[in-house]
Write a protein that binds this ligand. Structure first.
Ligand code: ADP
Length: 484
């Protein structure tokens, strides 16, 4: 039996999820296993972890971790996720909380301790399991110390000698930057503290440790892999990334079409598919009712936005053009949470344009599905987008996106006009360009129903499968293992 790839992640759907990372980690390990590569997942056991129909059982208690002081231990819970072993690292004081990383007052004050502890516990767990992993594949800053630990363990610890490491950046903006004093007890040797290591302008930068020490660094779309080498998109780490350019790859995420398929989606009031699209109309009608919009909007384009209400996602751009959109007599529906300023503004707009703008501030998985299905046009004015999954779902749900020409959006949407068009792309994240692109979409929707329908069908036929992404990851695993 081949050795396993161990995925380390702070979120794994359906157990935990705050965004795209959760979706990816719910799908990629399974796809990897189905492609013939045994896989396992290590993730925190949050207080709000949803157990669904899965049995989760305690398999190891009091595993010594030794961070931040020697006697500290972790408990390990295990679930069988369709054949993939899922190990949950539990320690109440760190993970038994209402939210994952922050509450409404801001980031949890002890995030560094929480995730240093997690990475150290992951190392202890893999050693306890007894068989060296083929690859440890870490994701985002929360698990970025793992490649660094393994890099420094390899010369002294035979267990780790044949384990390669990969680090995937899902969002370069979140770096896990902390005070230098936290470095002292994290378990890395002093030589890691330098410009080419974990130090960043005098701070301890966890994401940078993954970039510095992983055998390969990847990000979640080819375009974003190129963009992050530039100052504009590099979030201060473009210099470091350029140093690792030869080992930097872009692998486009797949979409999980088991969870996101309008033909079988249990959250929809009516299912539909390429063969019978009638259900989409019912989904629109029901969404209009559910959100209290005017019934006459059934005959006008309904524009949907789902995502974190942050500058990255361009929610401020959308908020700023809503008065103009209202003049075009369209409906706007927004689902998201995030920055309180943007939250307050969209709620205010809902008040101002009652029956035509609906906003749900919060996190509601089932409504996200109904909005994908019930909207006509999906809005994604991101300022940067490492990959983006919501536009992939929108395509599958026959809801052509209007999106900025950045990162994964340019890699997944064929722009109008064009014979293969599946959506609308605009160049600059300015309100003017965004509005212009929406006008084009609305014009096509109203004036050329045939062309619109053809675009919808093309969109629904797009397939961003995990099989393809897995093949690319496997090839990189193979290369980095050869170099060990
Ligand atoms: P990111 O990971 O940058 O947040 P993605 O487009 O990659 O963005 O993935 C976002 C995922 O989170 C999608 O599954 C989307 O449906 C979901 N999502 C985002 N905000 C909400 C929300 N408020 N309620 C329900 N689901 C949400």
């Amino acid at each position: 039996m081949a050795q396993s790839v161990f995925f380390a992640t702070s979120e794994v759907y359906p157990f935990s999820k705050s965004g795209g990372l959760g979706d990816v980690m719910g799908a990629l390990p399974l796809a990897m296993q189905q492609s013939g590569q045994p896989a396992a997942v290590i993730s925190p056991f949050y207080g709000r972890v949803s157990t669904g129909n899965y049995q989760i059982r305690l398999t190891i208690s009091d595993l010594p971790v030794g961070y931040p002081w020697a006697p500290i231990t972790a408990d390990i819970y295990e679930a069988d996720y369709h054949g993939v072993p899922l190990y949950f690292i539990a320690r109440g004081e760190y993970f038994d909380r209402r939210f994952y990383y922050n509450d409404h007052k801001g980031d949890y004050f002890d995030n560094a301790e929480r995730f240093i502890f997690f990475c150290r516990a992951a190392i202890a767990l893999m050693e306890r399991l007894g068989e060296p992993p083929a690859v440890v594949h870490a994701h985002d800053w929360q698990t970025a110390l793992l490649p660094a630990y393994i890099h420094f363990l390899r010369p002294f610890h035979p267990f780790w000698r044949q384990t390669a490491t990969m680090f995937t950046i899902h969002n370069l903006a979140f770096q896990g930057r902390f005070s230098s004093r936290l470095f002292d007890s994290c378990g890395l040797p002093p030589e890691a503290w330098n410009m080419d290591g974990v130090e960043y302008y005098g701070d301890f930068n966890l994401l940078k440790s993954g970039i510095a020490y992983a055998d390969a660094v990847t990000t979640v779309s080819p375009s974003y892999a190129r963009e992050i080498l530039t100052e504009k998109f590099g979030c201060g780490l473009d210099g470091m990334l350029r140093k690792r350019e030869l080992h930097l790859y872009g692998v486009l995420n797949g979409a999980d079409y088991v969870v996101w398929d309008p033909a079988s989606d249990p959250f929809l009031p009516a299912n539909y598919s390429l063969d019978n699209i009638a259900g989409k109309r019912i989904c629109k009608k029901k969404l209009i009712e559910e959100l209290g919009l005017l019934p006459r909007l059934e005959k006008r384009p309904l524009l949907g936005f789902i995502g974190r209400l942050r500058g990255q996602k361009g929610i401020d751009l959308l908020n700023s053009i809503i008065p103009e959109l209202m003049e075009m007599d369209v409906g706007v529906v927004v689902l998201g949470e995030g920055n309180p300023v943007h939250e307050a503004r969209i709620l205010e707009l809902m008040e101002n344009y009652q029956g035509r703008v609906a906003a749900v501030v919060g996190y509601t998985e089932d409504l996200a599905h109904r909005m994908q299905a019930g909207s006509d046009i999906f809005l994604m004015p991101s300022r940067y987008e490492p990959c983006g999954l919501t536009q992939m779902y929108a395509l599958r749900y026959g809801t052509p996106p209007v999106a900025t020409a950045v990162g994964g959006l340019r890699d997944t949407i064929e722009p109008w006009p064009g014979e293969q068009a599946t959506g609308f792309i605009f160049g600059d994240s300015s309100p003017k360009d965004f509005l212009q692109a929406i006008k084009e979409a609305v014009f096509l929707w109203t004036e050329s129903p045939e062309a619109w329908r053809a675009m919808t069908y093309r969109a629904m036929r797009q397939a961003f499968t995990w099989t393809k992404s897995c093949a690319e990851y496997s090839e990189i695993y193979r290369k980095i293992r050869l170099r060990l």
